[in-house]
Design a protein around this ligand. Sequence first.
Ligand SMILES: [Zn+2]
Length: 483
Amino acid sequence: MDSNGVTLDDCGIAELAAAVSTLSDSIQAGKLAEFTDGDVTALMRQLEACKRQLTALDTRLIIEAGERSLHARSGAGKMVPFLRHTLGLSRYDAALRVKVTHHCGEFIEPTGHLRPAVLPVMAEAFAAGHISRDHVRNIMDVMDHLPLDIPVEARAEAEQIPVDYSREGWPDDLPKIGRDIVARLDPDGNVVSDADRRRRRGITLCRPGVDGMSRIEGWITPELRALLDAVFAKLARPGMCNLEDAESLTATAGFIEDKVLDAAAGRDRRDAAQRTHDALLAMLQPGVDLSELGYHRGMPVEIVLTMSLADLERGTGVATTASGTQISMNEALRMAEGTNPVLAVLDGKGMPLYLQRSRRTANHAQRLALLARDKGCTRPGCEQPANMCAAHHITDWAKGGPTDINNLTLACDHCHAMINDGRDGWKTVVMGKDSPYAGRTGWIAPKGLDPTGTPRVNQRHHVGQAIAAAIDSSCRQWRSQAA
Ligand SMILES: [Zn+2]
């Protein structure tokens, strides 16, 4: 690096690098064994924040290099090849760093004025080490897909939502949050319309190969996806419709005992794609009536659409299926007319108000209410949708816990196995009246992970509610003007 006139010490970067180096040395020195579990977790968090802040420093250095025209003077031409040659980066990595710089950096314009960051809220959180570059990449993608004509305040609000989520949440969830934001800002589908999706739909069965096998490719609509998910949840699960197992359970098996299914699943060596193939084959067998598939893990094998009352009244936003697929309100209402799904409508706090087609047994209504309230596994951070969960007792049935909705919660098998009274066990409680999440299930992590023992809820399946409230506050006026 050409450091004429400016030394590394002047920038403070040398000290930062030294601090990282010192921290790294102390870990290498082998004192980790003396740490408590909580200390190890805290150190991992501290290091992650440190690495994020270092990553954010790239922006300043790339701007500095650009202003000095280092890329042009080095003969590389543009900034991406300059970074590749200088740092040995992949094309993807170099291009991403330049894009992040464009969105997070403050540039001096030819007029001498400082141009603020394109996404200032995100830039600040990134520089502070609160969010990672993966978060930044996905937030940029969300913002690129917003309608062009929304007012400045709505754009600022729309930036705030994924940034706030990212401080505690995962980068992988951001596309879903983005779809929710677009559905609310663009209820008429000017950016991604149902018509666009219908235009793109198509399934191609390619020409069979020498071995007789055919490749299948294409794009399916959210509606077909929701229907397939509901059926695959039952027919494609381990132990069902297995072509390699003569005693496997078939699509016409009717009521299946848990132990019979567990035994069949134990013999099942297929991967997920093979199970999906066999389920499709099973669906097409004579005598299979998909409306008679009954239950899968206590959930009905039918479309369950969950939506908020406010969205339903306005006709905006999204409805969610038991497998977590998002469907625009227009499509959901069309499906409600045609395929007769179960409709669950939620109030402003996400509690079920209305369940269409409540059946005879209390059991069925309870399960639907659970599905509508919890939407998926309730352990903080778990992304398993409702159709991969079973209803579990919060206060154990063996300890006198009643089988009523207030004592039941959705948990996937993996998370349910983590609940026990041992040192590493998790505990569940019902959040009290004073909590903003009253009535929902709180999970208490083992001491090693969280010494404070604070019960936390899983916000992963509930982000839509927060988005609805935030977007509403900034867009109500704009919508009424546009109408
Ligand atoms: Zn789970």
